[in-house]
Structure formats: C-alpha cells, structure tokens
Design a protein around this ligand. Structure first.
Ligand code: GLA
Length: 671
C-alpha cells in the first residue's frame, strides 16, 4: 500500500517561499493564509543554497521556524527536496556537473535546473541534502507530503556531455545486451552507421544530415529514464526515513512539454501532481485544462493534485495575459471537476525580486486590496464547500490512446510531413467530445479496455505488437474503435511495417494504403459522401483502398479524387473506423458524434453551448460540475434530491441555473 496524503477535503495552497522575505512578513503570511483557507503549502523548493551553505554544513534554523509556524497555524507542509537548484558552491567544485546543450555549449549556473542528470557528483550532492532533510523532518508534525525536486526535466531534459554519453551507452547495454541487437534495432546498415564498439555510440549530437530515427527515439527514452532514476533515488531516501509520508513530484503533462514518459513515471509516485499554465495564445484554454486533467486522472488512476497554476499572468510567455473576471475560479474548479483533490498556485506571495518578479501570485504586489486576493479568498470558501468531493472518480466510457513513444516518434525529423503534432491531433479529437460533455479517459495502447465502449486513437504512429493486438481485440470483442491517419505505421524500433499502410491496423480497419499524400500548409481537399457539403481535409491524405471496409467519405479532387478518406469496417463483434485525413472541425465533430452514438456513449449531461459538464462519481452520490465559458450561462437539468454544493441550497425544480461565467457543482444522490 502506498502512503496517502492525510488531509481532509480539497487541499488548498501554493508554493511558499518565505526565505525571500524578512521574518516580520511571515506572521502576516500566516494570518492571510488562514483568511484564505489555505491548508497546505509547498516549502523549500529552491532553498538548497540556504539549507546547505557549504558542502556538508547545514543550517536548518530558518526551515525549523517556518515548519513550526505552519504547524502552529494548522497548515500542512509539502516539504521539498531542493535539488532542482544546486548552489553556486557546488558548481565551482564540480564544473563537470554543468550540462552541455545540443550545440556543445556548456551552460553556466545562475538560474535553476542547470545540472547534468547523469552527473555522479550531482547525484551524490542531491542525495546528501535529501538525506539531511529526511533525517531532520521525517517526524515533524507539519510535514504531510514530500515534494521531490521540481518539474523534472523542465530546463534540463537533455544533456549532451561525455558523462551523459557514457550513461546513454549503459542504458543501451541493458536494453539491447549485445551490439548486434542494437545495430538491428537501429537499422545501422543504413548510411554506414554500423557500430563495432559500444564506445562509438554518442548522444544524437548535431550531425551533417538527418540522424538515425531509432537513435533519437532511444535517446528520448534514456533521458526520461535518467531523470526518473534521480526521482526514485530521492524517493527511496525519503521513504526509508518516513514510510508513512507520501512522495510526489510535479508533472507537466501539457503545454508542449514532452520530455518525460509519464506512464513510466506514474507508478513510482505515491500521489500524482501536475502543474498547468494557460497559454495566452489559446483562445479556448478551458479545453486544455480539461484535457490535462483527464490525462492526469488517467495517469493517477483516480484523484490527483494540481500543484501549480497561476492566479493571473505568468512571466514566461512573449505576452503574459491576465485572467478575466471569474476565470481564476473557473480554472481552479475545472481542475477539481477532472479529479483534482488539491488546488495550489505558483506562488503564495508575489516576489519583488528575482526572475519571476512579474509572475502573479495568491497575494499580489498590490496586497489584499486587489481582485486577485478577493478571488483567492472566495476560492478557499468554494473548496471548503466541495470537501465531500474528495476521492470521487471519473466515469468515462471513452478512452483516448495517448503514448509518449508515439508522440516522440511522430515528431522526429524526416517524416512524410513535418507538420504533424501529436498534441494538436489528439486535441482535434478531444475537442468535440469536450463540447458534447462526454467523459474521456486516456489510456496506453496496451491498457485494459474492458470498461470502455469506444476507443479512439487519433495519432498512434508508433505502436508495438502488444498495443496493436490489444486495440484490435477490443474491436473484435464488440468495441467501437476509431483510428487517425498515419497510425500503426512503425513498430517500437521505428521500423516501417511492410505490406501497406496503416501497418498494424490494416486488418482491423479493413483498408490498405500504398502511398502517402501529405498536404501542404494551407492546402485542403474536398470531401464528399456521408459528410456535410463543404467538408474538407487538410494536413494529410493517402491512397487507400478498402479490403472489407465500407467507404464513408471520399476525396472530391486532386490525385486521390474518388478514393476513400473515411471508412468503417465491421470487425468481429465490433466496428473500426479509419480517418485518413484531418477533417475540418465541424466534419470531425459530426463524425465523432456518429461514432459515439454507434458505441452507445452518452454525454454526462446535455448542456447549453459553452457550458462545460464533468462528473465525479462518489460512493453514494455523483458530483456534476457545470462551468460556463460562453458568457451567457444557462439551465441544466439535474436529478431529484440534488443540492448545489457551492451555495449549500437544495435544488427545487429539477434544474439549475449556471450564471454567466459561473460555476455550479451539484450533488446528485445515486438511487
Ligand atoms: C514552473 C515552476 C515554478 C515557477 C512557475 C512559473 O511551473 O515549477 O517554480 O517557475 O513555473 O510559472
């Protein structure tokens, strides 16, 4: 049994960095945290230089006071290991521990996370400070959770130095055992890349022409595993000292951060947590939040914690947008709707100095006389009102296949099209489901699919035999499967599956393609058949013929005029759809509606346009979250005996009003 976070209700707080402020400020922090209803804060994340002023010499006096103060005020600590930011003294002694970027430049210290993940000196130093913290604070009553490191790989996912090269070779040796197997897997007869000695193998440093794809893919796998081994080493030290305190590290499953294979990481965490920030350029960030939350709940197999998001603008985008009225509340409660049992911000008090001085916080520069502070206090009350939602889970009958190996491989150079982006392709398919209020889980290709009616694989370029067989047998046994273009094309070594496209899924889809016709940016082709007039495809097309499947739509023009673009195949007890292009959003939406009704999947609730619906299932009640993004609000039907949790009022007449830009959470007792 993994240790659990023993806090009542929905945790509320943020990163707390009191070391940046004189002690007089701390008392005010405590008073205001209590006013806002803060229950847990993350402390010490970037405190290494203060905790260990010189190698092996510790100064815990400040941390002792901080933890004491938190405890006295009834606030739990998510105590960090400070290993994301080694002090300057460490690098002066170990300049070899500084990372080397892809262009061969050795970086300097002076910010954070500028260390080589494979450096033995870094590992020793990180475990030394971790042990010192574990020994001192394992029994401290304020410590509710360990916050291991911070956002592994955010700035140093890859290091190309000689030490990393050696570690990469070690990782390859355990994967392949002998060089012949590696040469076979990498296809090194191509371009005279054959290796006769392990020492000949380097990281994929810049080279004259396109590097070997499997080499690059294994490099991504290695980099993820290398950081994971650092996490596991720290967690083991903490776990040995305090077996009942859970450990987490904050993931970043969205905003195009794709360095870590979180399916491999998730089993090693006691509690899963995530950091999520809005992108100013995304006009519908609410979809990104939902996708991220669904992915986190799927990785966790249940509730998780939102470890960081922002009350307002961040400081690291070209232009950092503030949030509009009600947006802070909508954002936070949307994460809860997708399974977050804790809501935390970066950070508690806005910094006046340092690289993040222009990042928003719970307590802004302006102080408590500010809209953000009012919103923060209100959110604290909201989260208290939602305490009973804790531990409730999702209810999805739709699974979307998500795989980091497939993502990495799809985005390697030298694809038929350099325009393919995994996240965009998944979001294409996720969006219409979100708009319809359909609950979605994310799954690995080899997951147990028995609880789903519908499985979607929008983009699964790389899939191994086990994954392909699993999806195929899902359809054979009566499920509805839909697959996006260029899926199943290569195996786990990035070798093309021969005999026609889409490789691994030819049989289940009942189609065979013999040539790919990617479309240029801005180019589109008309579609006709069981689609609305004016339907188009962009990005991709391929010459496909049916081998058992029925044609649903064909191209109207171009070299593939009259050829299938969308097909449906009755397979075993089930059905398999192939979408061989990127349909325009309305066409894809209509298609997914049709596929969903064929699978018998209903939305969690029918709502007016722009009102998001998500459901968490508790032991004796369902919790329906309704969030208005339209600015109009609307009426939503709820079941008898329902209660509005945020107001505490019973629902009288079988429906609730979602105010414009507002949020309503309804407890519906289960019969
Ligand atoms: C990340 C980090 C934080 C902070 C925020 C700013 O998520 O974990 O320390 O830098 O970004 O958005």
């Amino acid at each position: 049994m993994k240790p659990e976070l023993k806090l009542p209700g929905i945790a509320y707080g943020g990163d707390y960095n009191p070391e940046q402020w004189p002690e007089e400020v701390w008392a005010e922090d405590m008073r205001l945290m209590r006013e806002a209803g803060v229950t847990m804060v993350s402390v010490g994340i970037f405190s290494w230089a203060l905790l260990e002023p010189a190698e092996g010499e510790y100064d815990f006096s400040r941390m002792d006071k901080i933890l004491g103060l938190l405890h006295d005020n009834g606030i739990a600590a998510d105590l960090a290991t400070p290993t994301a930011a080694p002090p300057a003294w460490f690098f002066r002694r170990h300049p070899e521990a500084l990372p080397v970027d892809r262009d061969g430049r050795r970086l300097s210290y002076g910010s954070r996370q500028t260390f080589c993940p494979s450096s033995p000196a870094y590992r020793r130093a990180a475990l030394r400070i971790t042990r010192a913290i574990a020994d001192r604070y394992a029994g401290h009553p304020a410590v509710a959770m360990w916050h291991v490191h911070n956002e592994y790989g955010c700035h140093n996912a890859e290091c190309y130095c000689d030490t990393s090269a050696e570690a990469f070779r070690g990782w390859l040796r355990s994967r392949y055992e002998d060089l012949a197997a590696l040469n076979e897997a990498w296809g090194t007869t191509f371009w005279s890349q054959w290796y006769y000695d392990w020492d000949e193998i380097l990281p994929p440093r810049p080279t004259g022409a396109v590097p070997n794809p499997t080499h690059q893919l294994d490099w991504r796998r290695f980099c993820s595993d290398e950081l994971l081994s650092l996490y596991v080493a720290e967690r083991d030290v903490l776990g040995a000292a305090a077996p009942s305190i859970p450990a987490t590290t904050n993931f970043m499953v969205m905003y195009n951060f794709d360095a870590l294979d979180y399916w491999r990481w998730a089993p090693h965490l006691d509690v899963l947590s995530n950091d999520h920030y809005l992108r100013s350029t995304d006009p519908e960030s609410e979809i990104d939040i939902a996708l991220s939350g669904d992915l986190m709940r799927s990785l966790a197999g249940g509730p998780w914690l939102l470890m960081e998001h922002s009350t307002g603008a961040v400081n690291w985008q070209p232009v950092n947008r503030a949030k509009g009225p009600g947006e802070l509340r909508r954002n936070a409660l949307a994460h809860v709707a997708r399974g977050a049992d804790g809501i935390a911000y970066f950070q508690w008090r806005a910094a006046k100095a340092g690289a993040e001085q222009w990042h928003s916080a719970m307590l802004p520069h302006a102080g408590t006389d500010s809209r953000i502070w009012q919103d923060v206090v209100r959110l604290g009350a909201d989260l208290r009102a939602l305490a009973e939602v804790r531990d409730s889970a999702g209810t999805a009958e739709v699974a979307v296949v998500w795989d980091w190996n497939a993502r990495w491989a799809l985005e390697l150079p030298s694809q038929p099209s350099g325009e393919l982006r995994f996240l965009d392709l998944v979001r294409d398919w996720y969006e219409p489901l979100w708009r319809a209020g359909v609950a979605v889980d994310f799954v690995r290709p080899d997951a147990d699919l028995s609880s789903y009616r519908l499985v979607l694989a929008p983009s699964l370029y790389l899939v191994d035999e086990a994954g392909a067989a699993n999806l195929t047998s899902f359809a054979r046994r009566g499920g509805v499967l839909a697959v996006g273009f260029h899926s199943g094309a290569v195996d786990e070594n990035c070798h093309v599956r021969l005999g026609g496209y889409p490789g691994a899924f030819r049989e289940v889809l009942g189609v065979r393609g013999d040539e790919l016709f990617p479309l240029l940016p801005g180019e589109s082709v008309g579609l006709t058949g069981e689609v609305t007039p004016g339907a188009t495809g962009t990005l991709w097309s391929e010459r496909v013929r049916t081998e058992g499947a029925r044609v649903v739509a064909t191209y109207t023009e171009g070299p593939l005029s009259g050829r299938p673009a969308i097909t449906r195949n009755a397979y075993g007890e089930g059905v398999a759809w192939y979408v061989a292009t990127r349909p325009d959003p309305a066409t894809l939406g209509a298609l997914l509606d049709r596929i969903r009704s064929e699978a018998g999947v209903e939305p969690v609730r029918t709502t007016p346009e722009g009102v998001e619906a998500a459901l968490r299932r508790g032991s004796d009640a369902d919790y329906l979250f309704l969030i208005d993004h339209s600015g109009r609000g609307g009426e939503v039907a709820v079941s008898d005996g329902a209660t509005e949790l945020l107001t505490g009022k019973p629902v009288g007449d079988g429906s609730v009003t979602v105010p414009a830009g507002g949020v309503v959470v309804v407890r519906e007792p289960r019969q």
